[in-house]
Write a protein that binds this ligand. Sequence first.
Ligand code: NAD
Length: 481
Amino acid sequence: MTEMFKNLIAGEWASAGNASRNINPSNTNDVVGEYAQGSVEQMNDAIAAAKAAFPAWSRSGPQERYEILKKASDEILARKEELGRLLSREEGKTLAEGIGEAGRAGQIFAFFAGECLRLSGEAIPSVRPGVGVEITREPVGIIGMITPWNFPIAIPAWKIAPALAFGNCVVIKPADLVPGSAWALVDIIQRAGLPKGVLNLVMGRGSVVGQALLQHKDVHAISFTGSVSTGRKVAEACIASSPMKKVQLEMGGKNPLVVLDDADLKIAVEAAVTGAYFSTGQRCTASSRLIVQAGIHDRFVEACIERLKGVVVDDALKSGTHIGPVVDQSQLDQDLKYIQIAKDEGGKLAWGGEVLKRETPGFYLQPALFTETTNAMRISREEVFGPVANVIRAKDYEEALALANDTEFGLSAGICTTSLKHATHFKRNSEAGMVMVNLATAGVDYHVPFGGRKGSSYGPREQGAYAKEMYTTVKTAYTLA
Ligand code: NAD
C-alpha cells in the first residue's frame, strides 16, 4: 500500500482532502508516496499556529535553540544515506548527489546551531552626552518559505535552519512535484524537540497554498527560491500586502563559463561537463553558456565530446550512473523544445540531445552540446534547466568577459585560465554574485553567502553568517544614563 504523508500544523500531522502522487522519474511505475495537498484553510491554520508559537519561541534562549538544531543535524547526518536515497528516488539526481545533498543539509543545521550562540549586538556612545546606544538583532516574526524541486532537502534546510536559529516561526510550502525530502526534514526537526507550531509544513499547489501564504497579513517575510516568473509574482504579492512583507528571492541563471586559450584543457573540460550536465543540468548555477576563446575552441569541443561519450545516463539509484533522468515529462518537453529552438536558430548539435530508453520507464535525456551559437540566440538567453549547454566563440578575453556579462541573469560565473591577470580581472568585473576560477559554476560551500545579482536574486543573501540579514531585524535603542 502507498504510504500517505500529512501536513504538519501546530505540531500535529494533519490529513488533507486531496493528495498527490510523488513519482520516481527513473521509473514512473514506482510511487514514492502520496503527499497531502493542503487547502487555504490548512495554510491559514498553519500561520495561526506559527503566530501562537512566536511569543515564546522568539524569547527562547540560544542554548535551547542550539540543542534542537544540533540534534536535528545529528539525525540528518546519521541518516544521510537513507535520506539521499529518498531524494534521488523522487528527484532523479544520482545517489551520490542525493547523499551529498542530504549531508549538506546536516552540515547546514550544525552551522546554524553554532550561529545560535554567536548572535551579538553593539553598544556604542551616542553623539549626545549622557546617552548610550545599543544595536541588537531581533527575530523578524512568521517566515513563509516557498521552495523548488531541484534541491529538495538542501534549500528547505538553508532557509529553515537560520530562521529557527534566530527565533522565527516558519510555515514552509515545498515544491509539489518533490515534497518527500522536505517532509522527512520537517519530521526530523520536529522530533528534535521543537515546541508545537514553531515549524509548520503545508504541501500543495503554489497557486493555492503558496498564494494563501503570500497573501496572509500575519506573515512578516517570504523566502522564495524558484523561477523568475514565479519570483516576480511573489515579490508583487509581498509589496501589495499590508503591511508589506520582507522578501528574498533566489531565481534562475544562465551562467557563463569562460575558457581562455591559456586554460588547462583537462580542468576546463571537467568544469564544463560537471557544471553543465551533472544533476541533469537542473541547477540554478549550471554552466549553460560555455564561452570559449578561438585558439582553444576546437580542442575544447572535441575533448568535451570525448568526455561526454563516457557519461552514463541511467536510473539515479543504479551504481555507475553519472546523470539521472530529467525530473518529469513537462521539464523533458521544455528541454526538447529548447534543443529544437537552438537547431532552428542555426546552432549545431555537436553531441547528444536524444531521448534515451532504459530498463525502466523514465525521463532520460542524453546531454546536449551545441556549437556555432551566438549570445543573441534564445538558447543563450533563456534558462533551459536541463542537460543542455552551448558553446559561444570569443576572440579574446575582453570579448569573453563582455559576453559573460551580457545576460539578464547574474548568479554564478566561471573562468578557466592560467593567467593571474585575467582571473583577477574577471573576479572583479564579472556581474555575478558568485565567481569561480578553474572550477565549475555549480558547487558551493554551505558556510558562506549564496546568491546573485540582476534577474537572479532579489533581497538579502542566503547561507553562512549573511543569512542573519534575512532572518533578523535590527533595533537601535537609546538610553539616557
Ligand atoms: P517554480 O517557480 O515553478 O516553483 C517554485 C515554487 O513556487 C514551488 O514550490 C511552486 O509550487 C511555487 N509556486 C508556483 N506558483 C506559485 C504562485 N503563484 N504562488 C506561490 N507559489 C507558487 O520553480 P521550480 O520549477 O520549482 O524550480 C526551478 C527554478 O528554480 C529554476 O528557475 C531555477 O533556476 C530556480 N532555482 C534557483 C535557485 C537559487 O538559489 N537561485 C536554486 C534552485 C532553483
